[in-house]
Design a protein around this ligand. Structure first.
Ligand code: FES
Ligand code: FE
Length: 374
């Protein structure tokens, strides 16, 4: 465990423009969200062949659909004829194909062009050439991660490595067997703030004592401002009189069977760059996916995951869900409050990070490296 001494100097934050400039956001879209692995959908949301979901990844609309053989496929959501957006719904179910509403080109669930009116009278159009643009897809933790790059970076080096960096050993997350859990609750948040504000608020805990009264009640060490993410392998310990990770510290749900003694009564928070947060507690997992849609707007889909038998039993999850829902709302309100000032001349040169926020500077360095000219 390393600590930062109180005498350490204050680091400068990025200038306010970094959170508002459309040109910077465009670089982040092309060089981060469209270049790296992006956690798009929960696999179980697409229950059977023909189930689909559309999400925004960088500047692109992405269509993810379950194929006839049960596999997941991801495509650019663009008709190859004249470029109409193929699916305009956020989610749904088709029988066996996607038909473009404009001229009725029809694509199989695996993206192949299977029908187009009058195409037989146009012998020079090769159907095999005009299938949907397929994207790389990989399933991990029960989620489908997609990559828009032609040559995706190593999933192990760019995604799983973040978990290991936080837990000391990426294998530690296997104890929670996240892919086997069921969705107990999902809440969507529409946050009027830049995605980096959201990451910052998740990574630091300097604000915990001020804005998270329920969280610091359950995790008293958070009141000191040193985030759990600050220490490799360190989970924040529940307060001695706290029974579970709930809004009032009351007992939680059934403990996940695989977790070890060292993980019991502890909370771990992990940021998987660029857009996922994973929170691990003994009886559930909370996973946030961020969808940055504008310099000043970020959509967040947050899932609460429990043992399947807990969800099936219909047990009351509200005390469990309410804790992090409140934390989310408290954080997002703070993000929106900061976003309002990013174009102020008072913040034209940015602000400062106090020592307990220094690890956020590393995140900003990472962003700068990604968007720099290669
Ligand atoms: Fe889709 Fe013409 S644009 S069929
Ligand atoms: Fe917070």
């Amino acid at each position: 465990m390393t600590t930062t001494g109180p005498t350490e100097s204050l680091l400068a934050t990025p200038a306010g423009q970094f959170y508002t400039d459309p040109a910077i956001f465009a670089l982040e879209q092309s060089r981060i969200f469209e270049a790296r692995w992006f956690c798009a959908v929960r696999s179980d949301d697409l229950a059977g062949p023909g189930a689909f979901r559309t999400v925004q990844v960088g500047r692109e609309s992405v269509l993810i659909a379950r194929g006839r053989g049960g596999e997941l496929n991801a495509f650019l959501n663009v008709c190859r004829h004249r470029g109409a957006q193929l699916c305009t719904e956020e989610s749904g179910q088709v029988k066996r194909s996607f038909q473009c509403p404009y001229h009725a080109w029809t694509y199989a669930l695996d993206g192949k062009l299977i029908a187009a009116p009058n195409l037989t009278s146009m012998p020079d159009v090769d159907r095999t050439e005009y299938g949907l643009n397929r994207l790389h897809l990989r399933e991990w933790l029960g989620y489908a991660w997609v990559c828009l790059a032609d040559e995706p970076p190593s999933f192990e080096d760019t995604v799983i490595a973040d978990v290991g960096e936080r837990l000391g050993d990426a294998g530690e997350i296997d104890a929670y067997d996240i892919a086997s859990l069921s969705l107990g609750a999902r809440i969507n948040y529409d946050v009027k703030a830049n995605w980096k504000q959201v990451i910052e608020s998740f990574m630091e805990c300097y604000h915990c004592a001020t804005i998270h009264p329920e969280l610091t009640e359950v995790l008293p060490e958070f009141a000191d401002g040193f985030a759990a993410q600050y220490y490799v392998g360190h989970g924040a310990e529940f307060g001695s009189d706290v029974e579970g990770f709930t809004v009032d510290g009351s007992a939680g749900l059934d403990r996940l069977p695989g977790i070890g003694e060292h993980q019991d009564r502890r909370y771990y928070a992990i940021t998987v760059k660029p857009q996922v947060f994973i929170n691990l507690v003994p009886d559930h997992v909370i996973l946030h996916r961020m969808f940055p849609v504008a310099p000043d707007r970020t959509l967040i889909e947050c899932d609460w995951l429990y043992l399947p038998e807990v969800v099936e039993s219909g047990r009351d999850l509200s005390h469990s869900v309410e804790l992090f829902d409140r934390v989310n709302r408290q954080d997002f309100e703070a993000c929106e409050r900061c976003q309002l000032s990013m174009d102020s001349r008072a913040y034209a040169r940015g602000g400062v990070f106090v020592p307990s926020e220094h690890h956020i500077a590393a995140f900003h360095e990472w962003v700068q490296e990604q968007i720099a000219e290669s």
